[in-house]
Design a protein around this ligand. Structure first.
Ligand SMILES: Nc1nc2c(ncn2[C@@H]2O[C@H](COP(=O)(O)OP(=O)(O)OP(=O)(O)O)[C@@H](O)[C@H]2O)c(=O)[nH]1
Length: 468
C-alpha cells in the first residue's frame, strides 16, 4: 500500500509540475501578444509639426520659398500693450474685427494634408501649441477613470475638400484651348510645311501679335525661328513642334524664380500682398492661394484690406471659412493700412505660417494709389517684412492690363504676377509680354472660376498646352 501511495504521489507531483510549466508558458505568451498589439499605437508626431522649417516643394508644381531675411523687419520696440485693441498709428481709425476661424481641423485634404491642430478648446485667443497631445485614437487605459465628455465642438461649417495641388497646370491645360487654336495650331500649320516664303513669315508674325505677345517679343521669336529653320532641317510637324517649343520656352525665361515666398520665418509669418485693379480677380486669387497653402499644411490668415467694397471682405471671409483659415477684416471704409497691420499682428500672435493681404485697387489717380498702397506696405513693415507682392492682372484685357501693370510697378515693388482668366481668352501670349515689360516672373495663372482653378506657371507645361 505504502509503495502504491508513493507512486501515486510521484505521479501527482509530476502532473503538478507539468501544469505549472504550462501555466508559466501560457502567461508569457499572453503577455507577449498584448505588447505586440499595443506597439503600433505609439508614434504620434504629425508631419505638419516636422514640416515647420526649411524650404519645401509642394508635390507637383506649387513651389514655396522663404522671403529674403536680408529685409527682415525692424523688430518693434514698443512694448506690447495689454490693451485689447492696439492702434497702429494715430492717424488711423481701424476697429478691425477678428473673425475666428471655424476651428481649423483641416479639410479632409487630399494626399498629405496634415492635422496641425487636433482639437482646440473653445476659449478663443490662446496661441496654438504644438505639443504632441494624445489623440482621440489612442486606446484608453482600462484603469483610467473615464474622462468627461469632450465638449461638443461649435457647429463648424463643413470644410471644403481641396483639389490636389499637384499637376494642376496639366489638369487644367484644356482651359487654354482658345489660345491653343489661335497660337499653337496656326503656328504649327505654318512652320510644319518646311521652307517658308516671306508671306508665310509675315503670317507667323501676325499670329504672334494677335495673340498679344507684343512687338518686341514677336520680333525676337521670329528672328530666332528664322535662324533655326535655316540651320536645321524642319520637314515635319514634329520637327516644327520641337523647334517652336524650344524657342517659346526659352523666351519665357524658365530660369526665373517663380516660387511663392510663403514659408514662415523663425519668429513671424510670411506676409504676402495681393495688389491689382478691382475686378481682375484679386480676392478670388487670394482665396484660391489660401486653399493651396492650407492643402499643404500651412496655417493661413487672410487680411481683408480691400475696405472700399464691403462685399470684398464678405467674399474673402467666405473663402477663409471654407478651408478653416482665419480672417481679419475692418469696418466698411476702415483704413486699409490699419486692417493690414492688424492682420499681420494677429498672424504673429496666433503663430500662423502665412498672412495674405487682399488690397483695394482703385485706380483713380496714381497718387491716390501710391498713397494707399505705400501706406499699407509701410504700416505692415512696422510688424514684419513683406515677402511677396503679387500683382493680379486680367489676361482678357490685353494692353489695358499692361498699362495698369506699369502703374502698379511704379508704385510698389512687384515680385510676381498672377495672370487670371487665361481660360477666357485666345490671347495667352500676354504671358510673354507681361514678363518682358515688367521683368517680373508670372508665378501663377487663373484658369477658371472654380475654387481650385489656380495653377503654378511653368513655362514648359504652358507651351505644351499652347501647342496642344
Ligand atoms: N474665368 C475666370 N474668372 C475668374 C478668374 N479669376 C477670377 N475670376 C472671376 O472674376 C470676377 C472678379 O473677381 P474678384 O476676385 O471679385 O475680383 P477683385 O479683383 O477682387 O475685385 P473686387 O472684389 O471688386 O475688389 C469673379 O467673378 C471671379 O470669379 C479666372 O481665372 N478665370
Amino acid at each position: 500500500m505504502g509503495g502504491v501511495t508513493t507512486g501515486a504521489w510521484i505521479a501527482i507531483a509530476a502532473a503538478l509540475a507539468v501544469l505549472l510549466v504550462v501555466l508559466v508558458v501560457g502567461s508569457l505568451l499572453y503577455r507577449r501578444r498584448r505588447i505586440s498589439l499595443k506597439a503600433p499605437d505609439t508614434p504620434q508626431v504629425t508631419t505638419a509639426e516636422k514640416d515647420r522649417s526649411g524650404s519645401y516643394r509642394a508635390d507637383g508644381g506649387f513651389n514655396f520659398s522663404q522671403g529674403s531675411t536680408a529685409t527682415a523687419p525692424p523688430r518693434e520696440v514698443v512694448p506690447e500693450p495689454v490693451l485689447p485693441e492696439p492702434v497702429p498709428e494715430p492717424t488711423i481709425t481701424p476697429e478691425p474685427e477678428v473673425v475666428a476661424p471655424p476651428e481649423p481641423e483641416k479639410a479632409p485634404a487630399p494626399e498629405k494634408a496634415p492635422e496641425k491642430e487636433p482639437q482646440k478648446p473653445t476659449a478663443p485667443p490662446e496661441p496654438v501649441t504644438y505639443e504632441p497631445v494624445v489623440s482621440p485614437e489612442v486606446e484608453p487605459e482600462p484603469e483610467v477613470a473615464p474622462t468627461p465628455e469632450p465638449e461638443p465642438a461649435p457647429a463648424a461649417p463643413a470644410l471644403d475638400v481641396i483639389a490636389p495641388t499637384e499637376g494642376r497646370l496639366d489638369r487644367l491645360r484644356g482651359r487654354l484651348s482658345r489660345s491653343q487654336s489661335a497660337v499653337g495650331k496656326s503656328l504649327l500649320g505654318l512652320l510644319g510645311g518646311g521652307d517658308l516664303d516671306e508671306d508665310s513669315w509675315e503670317e507667323v508674325e501676325d499670329t504672334l501679335l494677335i495673340a498679344d505677345l507684343g512687338s518686341a517679343t514677336t520680333t525676337k521669336i521670329v528672328t530666332s525661328l528664322r535662324e533655326q529653320m535655316a540651320s536645321r532641317s524642319v520637314r515635319t510637324e514634329a520637327d516644327a513642334r520641337a523647334l517652336l517649343r524650344e524657342v517659346l520656352v526659352s523666351e519665357l525665361r524658365p530660369e526665373l524664380d517663380r516660387s511663392i515666398r510663403a514659408l514662415p520665418h523663425d519668429d513671424h509669418p510670411a506676409v504676402l500682398l495681393v495688389v491689382g485693379v478691382n475686378g481682375t480677380g484679386k480676392t478670388t486669387t487670394t482665396g484660391k492661394l489660401a486653399r493651396v497653402l492650407v492643402a499643404d499644411g500651412r496655417r493661413v490668415l487672410l487680411g481683408a484690406a480691400d475696405t472700399f467694397r464691403a462685399a470684398a471682405a464678405d467674399q474673402l471671409q467666405t473663402w477663409a471659412e471654407r478651408v478653416g483659415a482665419e480672417v481679419v477684416r475692418g469696418k466698411e471704409a476702415a483704413d486699409p493700412a490699419a486692417v493690414a497691420f492688424d492682420a499681420v499682428a494677429k498672424g504673429i500672435d496666433n503663430g500662423v505660417d502665412v498672412v495674405l493681404i487682399d488690397t483695394a485697387g482703385r485706380l483713380h489717380t496714381k497718387t491716390g494709389l501710391m498713397d494707399e498702397l505705400g501706406k499699407v506696405k509701410r504700416v505692415i513693415e512696422k510688424k514684419a517684412s513683406v515677402d511677396d507682392v503679387l500683382l493680379v492682372l486680367d489676361a482678357t484685357i490685353g494692353q489695358n492690363g499692361l498699362a495698369q501693370a506699369r502703374v502698379f510697378a511704379e508704385v510698389v515693388d512687384i515680385t510676381g504676377v498672377v495672370l487670371t482668366k487665361l481660360d477666357g481668352t485666345a490671347k495667352g501670349g500676354i504671358v510673354f509680354q507681361v514678363q518682358h515689360e515688367l521683368g517680373v516672373p508670372v508665378k501663377l495663372v487663373g484658369l477658371g472660376e472654380g475654387a481650385d482653378d489656380l495653377a503654378p506657371f511653368e513655362p514648359g507645361a504652358f507651351v505644351d498646352a499652347l501647342l496642344g
